[in-house]
Ligand binder design. Sequence first.
Ligand code: F0G
Length: 482
Amino acid sequence: MSKVKFYSRPKVPLEMHKVRIVQKLDLVPIDRRLRALREAGNNTFLLRNRDIFLDMLTDSGVNAMSDRQLAAMMVSDDSYAGSESYSRLEEQIREIFKKEFFLPVHQGRAAENIISRVFVTPGSVVPMNYHFTTSKAHIQVNGGIVEEIIIDEGLKVTSEHPFKGNMDTDKLQEVIEKYGPERIAFVRIETGTNLIGGQPHSLDNIRQVRKICDKHGIMLVFDASLLADNLYFIKEREEGCKNMSIRQITRELSDLFDIIYFSGRKLGCARGGGICTNNREDYIKMRELVTLYEGFLTYGGMSIREIEAMAIGLEETMDENMISQGPQFIEYMVDELEKNGVPVITPAGGLGCHLDARRFLPHVPQTEYPAGALASALYLVSGVRGMERGTISEQRCENGDETLANMELLRLALPRRVFTLSQINYAIDRIIWLYENREQVGGLQFVEEPKILRFFFGKLKTTSSWQGALMDRFKADFRGSL
Ligand code: F0G
């Protein structure tokens, strides 16, 4: 593979918007951060916002809205049935994805619930480039088997591959042969592959996957939650797409899928979700479940204001200037950290900057959760909240053994248009300091461990008194407590 040139732009990313509403932030002293961390059982999900300086937990539902989105929310048409706001969103979906039928849902996992209930049966198989926690859980709850067939390069933490999110088409063939096409419920492609560092797939890869699905009469489903970032990378990195508009790339992609679903908490910078298709029969089957689990067809569990905001947000996603913001700021952060020797996932992807906790904390064994330990240490020394994406995010095997994650990542999400460059520089500064003092960081162990999705509510303690020692070092170096 020839070395791809990712860096054709100026080194300093530019905010292509101006700030007109602000929310005050506090940077509380480190002693209070230590207390907060202990109360939260070293689980960043359980921290309270008042104790957090920069919230890089997720981009979900916390992207900055545009003035046009806020304005649209004021003119929403609130009615149980037949809302004009719904019709406006339906129109927008038709325009962008060229799909005739649209079903609103309250968020992405609700779409996964409905799709899995309709198409997954006990023993059926869903091959996918990579899983997301909720998508896998819904398939498994319905008795399905998940087969992850990402290209080998996708699981390498450092790489120069421009499309680490690609599906391995040879492995797809093998999986279909192994189980037989009739056992495949559908093939799932996740765009901007979340759990391996927001890595994109190419348009060409999807064309290849489609060909194989067509050969065997298999349905192809698109999780488009992280589409904005992936569109940007296709245009930037894929030879054949440089001269295509974002709208054209979206249409080409969309035409390759039978069903598209998304979390509107990510795509479209609002809160909600949706499913679209051109297949009337599938639409009717899923529609029944929307009314059962979500709400009437013309709101699907969403606030009507969010529906208006989503319609505008989706339209704005077709603007290259808008969708470039996330990836360019992430690239800057990844670059600066890499220059200073900090182990990060490369190439820079979407969603956020991902620290490689295995290389950051090589002395912490995987059974002591290096990514979780790094998340708690970084919060302690900076007030920056990230999310563990490693072994804590996995579920134990039936016999109680740990499922060791393929990667131990600390995800520092950059919600779209939220942070300024100086805030990013602050985070970079503290991460570099932590890296220089990494030998101070030790492991974690569970004290409360829920059976399902344990990362949300689990509580952990340190395996030694390393946090106190880290705090002392911090105070000595910074000559203060902030
Ligand atoms: N699919 C992908 C690829 C996601 O990243 C998410 C959510 C979902 C589905 C589920 O959507 O949250 O609206 O129900 N990801 C969030 C995150 C939670 O923080 O990465 P949802």
